[in-house]
Write a protein that binds this ligand. Structure first.
Ligand SMILES: Cc1cc2nc3c(=O)[nH]c(=O)nc-3n(C[C@H](O)[C@H](O)[C@H](O)COP(=O)(O)OP(=O)(O)OC[C@H]3O[C@@H](n4cnc5c(N)ncnc54)[C@H](O)[C@@H]3O)c2cc1C
Length: 384
């Protein structure tokens, strides 16, 4: 067992950390306050190869392993979780399924555009009546000649407002039982019949857009089917396994950013004639945060290493996401406690992380769903 990062992985972490500190950090508060999509920063992320990190170089990507991707996600999210989710959706939920399930023509057309820019991707699975129970979706796709005609509603689509193409899902066999008879599609944003319904107002990750979309007799060519007809739920689940490693890394980044801000503040802030870092109550909070951050990183790297070795990582990814997202919420709350009243103000760098952290317990499977996935695997392990 080797706990050391390779030279290349260290270099990736360092260069992303530098970008996050020098170029992202000064703009975070303004984008968050304005709830504005950070287009200039996203463009820079294409230049740095952060938008299609694991896409092989022959399709225009960085060709990195999953561990490197988690390191980059941790560094971006340490500074801004809005930029982090934009990056995670493009990498994990768009490039990954096209790479794994796409035809050669789809890979050649889409991957360079998503990995190098300027195309931004989105992933639309959730509907008003189907969230955790994604198999209960009602959107339909009907074959007419050499086209698919889609009808339905999709909500909570990250990047949905600005996306150039969307990976989505619809029922192609209405008679099939739930979660069967579903197919995946790639929908260009300019396809006739695609409607942007609204942009949501949110608690956190405010600079990332979250859109409600409608398909009204939306027409796409037959070749935009992604993977096998009627086997799309497999695409959705396989995609979310990888996505959960990304969101776990996002949560870890939020926890680490919270911890570092609190640690530094505790050295500077004096009460009762001494830095508050000298009080055991504060030191123990910091010790717990640091311990749990290391534990989360180990779970994440384990899941990523399993993925890189081609092993099953579903349970490991769910465990990493469950633990890291719980930590992000706890660590960001404790960071505010250490800042005292100042932590509650927008002028200080911890209240935003507290608002951002909560989403990691919700998207790409709530914490309850992660526990269901883990428990299902435990039951299988017991059965041998
Ligand atoms: C900001 C944001 C961005 C998002 N981005 C995307 C995106 O890009 N693409 C996309 O497709 N979706 C996206 N989502 C949707 C997200 O994945 C869903 O919100 C999530 O899966 C939960 O679904 P739901 O909101 O319908 O909650 P529900 O499924 O209605 O769950 C409500 C509660 O019931 C619990 N629950 C449900 N079923 C069970 C069960 N079997 N056992 C125990 N508890 C259960 C849940 O854990 C939760 O606590 C996003 C959501 C948000 C808020």
């Amino acid at each position: 067992m080797d706990f050391d990062l390779t030279k290349e992985q260290e270099l990736i972490a360092q260069s992303v950390a530098e970008f996050a500190d020098k170029e992202v950090a000064p703009k975070v508060a303004a984008y968050d306050e304005a709830e504005e999509f950070p287009r200039d920063l996203v463009d820079k992320m294409y230049d740095l190869g952060l938008m299609g990190m694991m896409v092989p170089p022959e399709y225009g990507g960085g060709g990195t392993d999953t561990v490197s991707y988690t390191l980059a996600m941790e560094e971006i999210n340490r500074v801004d979780a809005s930029l982090g989710v934009i990056m995670s959706v493009n990498n994990s939920l768009v490039c990954d399924p096209i790479l794994r399930f796409g035809t050669e023509a789809q890979k050649e057309f889409y991957l360079p555009r998503f990995a190098q820019g300027p195309w931004l991707g989105a992933y639309a699975l959730t509907e008003p009546w189907s969230g955790s129970d994604a198999g209960a979706m009602r959107a339909t796709a009907v074959r007419e000649g050499d086209e698919w005609v889609l009808n339905g509603q999709k909500i909570f689509v990250t990047n949905g407002w600005h996306a150039d193409a969307i990976v989505t899902y619809a029922k192609t066999d209405p008679k099939a039982p739930r979660s069967q008879g579903i197919s995946a599609f790639i929908v260009p944003a300019d396809a006739p019949g695609l409607q942007k319904v609204r942009k949501e107002k949110k608690l956190g990750i405010r600079a990332s857009d979250t859109a409600a979309l409608a398909f009204e007799n939306l027409r796409i060519p037959e070749e935009n089917l992604l993977g096998e007809r009627d086997r799309g739920f497999r695409v959705a689940l396989a995609t979310l396994d990888g996505g959960r490693i990304g969101i776990a890394s996002q949560a870890l980044g939020i926890a680490r950013g919270s911890f570092e801000a609190a640690r530094d503040y505790a050295q500077e802030r004096e009460q009762f004639d001494r830095p508050i870092a000298e009080f055991q109550a504060i030191r123990f909070k910091l010790a717990d945060m640091a311990t749990e951050i290391d534990a989360a990183r180990l779970l994440i790297h384990h899941a990523a290493a399993l993925r890189d070795r081609g092993k099953n990582y579903t349970k490991a990814a769910s465990m990493a996401k469950l633990f890291a997202s719980d930590l992000a919420v706890r660590a960001s709350r404790e960071a505010i406690q250490i800042f005292g009243g100042y932590g509650y103000l927008r002028d200080y760098p911890v209240e935003k992380r507290y608002r951002d952290a909560k989403i990691t317990e919700l998207y790409e499977g709530t914490s309850e769903i992660q526990r269901l996935v883990i428990a299902r695997h435990l039951a299988r392990d017991l059965q041998g």
